[in-house]
Ligand binder design. Sequence first.
Ligand SMILES: Nc1ncnc2c1ncn2[C@@H]1O[C@H](COP(=O)(O)OP(=O)(O)OP(=O)(O)O)[C@@H](O)[C@H]1O
Length: 773
Amino acid sequence: MSAFFPSSPGGSRNRRLAETAPRPAAWPNQGDSTHAMVINQSHERCQALGLSRIERPDFSPLGRSDLTVARDRNQRLYSHAAPVMEMLYEQIVNSESMVVLTDATGTILHSIGDDDFLSRANKVALSPGANWSEAAKGTNAVGTALVDEVPTLVHADEHFMHANHFLTCSAAPILDPRGNILGVLDVSGDQRSYHQHTMALVKMSARMIENHWLSDDYRNVMRLHFHSRVEFIGTLMEGILAVAPDGKIVGANRGALEQLGMSGAALRMHALPSLFGVAMGTVVDRFRSPLAVPMPVQLSDGRQFHIQGRFNSPVWSSPDAPGRGTESGSGQVEEATVRTASGAGPSAETEGGADARHGAMPAVRAGLKQLQTGDAQVDTVIQKIRRVLNRDIPILVLGETGTGKELLARAIHQDSDRSRQPFVAVNCASIPDTLIEAELFGYEEGAFTGARRKGAPGKIVQANGGTLFLDEIGDMPLPLQAHLLRVLQERQVTPLGSNKSVSVDVAIICATHRNLREMIEAKSFREDLYYRLNGLAVRIPSLRERTDLMVLVQRILDRQTTDRRLSLSSEVVKLFQHYHWPGNVRQLFNVLRTAAVMAAGESVITRDHLSDDFIEDALQAARSHGEAAAAPHAGAAPAPMEVHLQQAQGGQASLGMGAPMGVGPVGGLPHAAQPGGHPGAFGTGSGSPFVHPFAPSAPTGYGLPGGFGTPAGSQGPREAPMDTGRSLQDMEIEAIRRAVEAAGGNISEASKRLGISRNTIYRKLRWQQGGTD
Ligand SMILES: Nc1ncnc2c1ncn2[C@@H]1O[C@H](COP(=O)(O)OP(=O)(O)OP(=O)(O)O)[C@@H](O)[C@H]1O
């Protein structure tokens, strides 16, 4: 008996192996009794199935149309696997081998390999359409990995059938976040060119596919990336948990199960507090800022981990959106992985250009349509954007903080031809000046101290083929503006410390809350860059200008609970309508999210579910606008009033019962213009000018050359003086100051109340004090 199978109970069954030549020293898994056991058990199964070792390979692969059906059925798997397969192949090219992807039954869906090896493999039916389950081909890496559900190496004469002895195969099953097998990734090659690192490469690649799958499945919930060592977050070793809005763990990758030492089922019994001892709200608040550093947490058994939350800008679920886990197409994933020079590298964001090539199902997206909630100004913005979509015209999005500039940028990307390529967002305000350059343009290994040793490609290169969103462009330091302009003109990036340029093709969307024209006059923003970035400028109205407050409210509420439909009491409706919402939709979202949690089990949100400081502010706002409707005392039970909303696209809010509360029908007065609303004249028609005390520089807003939304270059009136005599920035800063004071100087508390990040507060206050941003 071969020493290779010490514990084999079936001595005669391994006779043939014993008869083979002695193993070379570099023989894989030499002396590994577990491996020997795996192979033995597989051979036993083959014997039990009555397979013959000298059986000719099954040359009856699926017919062309059956293969097409199998591929269609596994389109999503392929779309995630394709870029990873290409990257894996790049690692093994010219090594007489091939990369194989099978479905969960072992049927080969796709393969990439060296031509001459492919033709040898073809002779043993190692080609698309053939089934490599154990039952069909005896012991082999794919079939045995499917049975044992673990990565499996089958080398040379460990294959049951003689015909396959020339092969060395390393296969890893690909699992979905619930632990179901989706398929197998395999590298097969000539056994003489066996390399000990191949298995590790295959396992890592399978993990990459699993992680993409998980991020896609759970793109609308928060993902927690974690590891016991902080530096392992972001690597393939990290654990990833998908966490539902109520804190429940709904999915996990393999790294998570391994690190936590739990099964998927056990993990799904947990919520964030029971697992890591932290509340969902704490984690969400912390990781809203893209610069938030990982947070230390502890399991109940004392083991310590570091967690990092990632979530996409909330995407409104469309009535026609597919359910989670369906063949849903592209997801919005915040982080984009570096693509290889050939453009075929893995991208957490894309399902690969390959997807499009192979006729994937059209993706259902959360695009521009989802942002049309009945406000005429927003509709106009979206109509304008649609006209320039895919025309290579840079879009400049203006608007106060929290109005949804990034959400709009993502929607533009989703609706564009680039939607399957990365969307990469860079917030120029939240990255220290010294790092923006490296972050944007990338750097070579050793370009400067403190840089990651290996260098990094930079966000512009990461966005290649897709969309680069430069948020807070007004905060970009002047020297970098010149650098960016050069890149945009030449469409080439040269990483810091390198003398090689990389060609890039990116669609640019920029956003700012600043008045760029004023900045140009003050020589703090380059005019040439301004015109380069401003192909079309659009301004998203502040929440207090919008007529669709109640539609937004209901949409946000609908996302907070699944077991009941939440609505607002009439008293809360009034408070909301009179409030000035300095933090815009972000603040509304935060207020409602907290209220939904406070209203646990109830279906009407009353004043009792709102925080005291918000009520105070809102009442003050109502009083200062002479609103007699100052709410009754909190103790008095308010009459609940359902806010019924037309579900139709763009439907306006209508109140189901009770007196009008300032939410008018289409074309009616916007909420803020109702009695008791903010004073000011509003135009509700497309593009009508409006005057509003909070508008930055209405009607030409934000220094646009010709009124808001007017493309650059057209002549328009210069900015009209504001009727309050104060700039938007002054008012914004005053609101922030008040909030900081009210919070006793606690910036975190103030940021929560305002619904803006701590960074934004620091930045704005610094700016006010004459800092340099
Ligand atoms: N129309 C909308 N519908 C739903 N949610 C929205 C909408 N607009 C904004 N939000 C939500 O408000 C929050 C802020 O949005 P976003 O980050 O896009 O704003 P922003 O203008 O880019 O903010 P900042 O200027 O601070 O970067 C996000 O949680 C976003 O989902």
